[in-house]
Design a protein around this ligand. Structure first.
Ligand code: MG
Length: 412
């Protein structure tokens, strides 16, 4: 089998409401680039990548020169061809390799008549459990959806639990001052007794703030505290002073960093992202290393549509030491570009697709609709807060948003 063409289409898919985070905001939509690899057998494989609110079409198309005429089964060779560890110092293509790996695995699964999870060693579970992933939000254009006050946050968490069945709740903080985050997090935990909770301020605190916050939540039903500070050294320092696990999706995102963390532990739980790690297979390899060294494993979300969600499901299906609920932004989306619409949650979990390959196919009509929406709206600045023009967040940050500021930059 040979690759004959690679296509990329950028789409803009609406969110229920704009999602605020420590570095800015998702401006009411996800911008994703859908990758299709065509082969001489007629099979088409699907991949997906993000890119901070921007299109990645040009980057993907530039890969045609490397891949047309090659065998989609030679995934290790592709990794070295596109992301040789020394040559790629000039052109970090990890995310592109990930999207192309998804598409090649999708082709192989279809060609062999098996789901991707079987190529990866076989399932140990048929459903992957997810956390609720709570964000502070601005209102959508219709004026609904704001999450800023504690009451709004608790109501939002309760509604998500009632709708999707979540029993683990992740709060994305780092937007407001740490004391306000603490109040909010404790309120969510108190409102949902018996459920698990986790908190992620996107690495914007000082080590001292991280220690203060970590000690103030010790009595809660925490999975872990995620990226309270940036850097392995800062995490190590915080971990020495805390009695709850620390997790990361920022400072252990490749094998070199994983080795450093094994030799001198700074983080307890590694959040594996099929994009950041360069594909599903590197995540499976990393999970095996974590199993050996008794590190926890969970699945990270970098803002997915259905294709990437399928990669997260197949990963979650095959990793025996998946010790926590997975993260997904998915329930914030109002639609998807896959056939049949959004994959449904059942009791806080999503079924791993059974059809060959990734098990999801493109809805071409929706792809065209949301590609047109991208053409109309263009990219957005993921690392800017539309309510605070000129704002430049630092790491560690002290330029917090004001929880009493009710400005709504998106309301029509
Ligand atoms: Mg995180």
């Amino acid at each position: 089998m040979k690759i004959t063409d690679i296509r990329a289409t950028t789409v803009s898919v609406p969110l229920e409401a704009p999602l605020r985070h420590a570095n800015g905001c998702h401006w009411g939509r996800f911008v994703r680039t859908i990758v299709e690899i065509e082969t001489d057998t007629g099979l088409i494989g699907l991949g997906e990548m993000g890119g901070g609110g921007e299109s990645a079409v040009a980057t993907v198309h530039a890969m045609k020169a490397y891949l047309v005429g090659r065998d989609p089964a030679r995934l290790e060779e592709m990794r070295f061809l596109l992301a040789n560890p020394t040559a790629s110092l000039y052109n970090n293509r990890t995310q592109v390799v990930a999207a192309l790996e998804f598409a090649c695995l999708d082709i192989l699964g279809q060609a062999w008549g098996v789901p991707v999870s079987e190529i990866l060693g076989g399932r140990v579970r048929d459903r992957v459990t997810f956390a609720s992933y709570l964000f502070f939000r601005y209102a959508a254009a219709d004026g609904t959806g704001t999450v800023r006050t504690i009451d709004q946050l608790v109501a939002h968490a309760r509604k998500l639990k009632a709708t999707h069945g979540f029993t683990t709740h992740k709060l994305k903080g780092g937007v407001f001052p740490p004391d306000y985050d603490l109040e909010c997090y404790r309120a969510v935990a108190a409102a949902l007794p018996g459920d698990r909770v986790r908190f992620d301020p996107n690495a914007v605190w000082t080590t001292e703030q991280a220690i203060r916050f970590g000690r103030a939540i010790e009595d809660l039903n925490n999975d872990y505290l995620e990226d309270p500070v940036f850097g392995l050294t800062g995490m190590r320092h915080a971990r020495e002073k805390l009695r709850l696990p620390l997790a990361t999706n920022t400072v252990v995102v490749n094998f070199e960093q994983l080795a450093a963390n094994v030799l001198n532990r700074a983080v307890d739980v590694i959040l594996l992202d099929t994009t950041f790690w360069g594909g599903i297979r590197p995540c499976v390899k990393a999970a095996a290393i974590c199993e050996t060294f008794q590190l926890g494993v969970a699945v990270h979300s970098s803002g997915e549509l259905g294709i990437q969600l399928a990669t997260m499901l197949h990963l979650g299906a095959v990793v025996p030491n998946l010790s926590f609920a997975a993260d997904a932004h998915y329930h914030h989306l109002v639609d998807d570009i896959i056939d049949g619409g959004k994959l449904p949650y059942e009791n806080g979990a999503i079924r791993v697709p059974d059809a060959p390959g990734l098990g999801v196919r493109l809805d071409r009509k929706k792809l065209a609709t949301y590609a047109e929406l991208y053409r109309q709206l263009g990219p957005y600045a993921y690392d800017q807060d539309p309510a605070r023009p000129g704002w430049a967040p630092l790491v560690p940050n002290d330029r917090w948003a004001d929880p009493t500021d009710g400005r709504e930059p998106f309301r029509g």
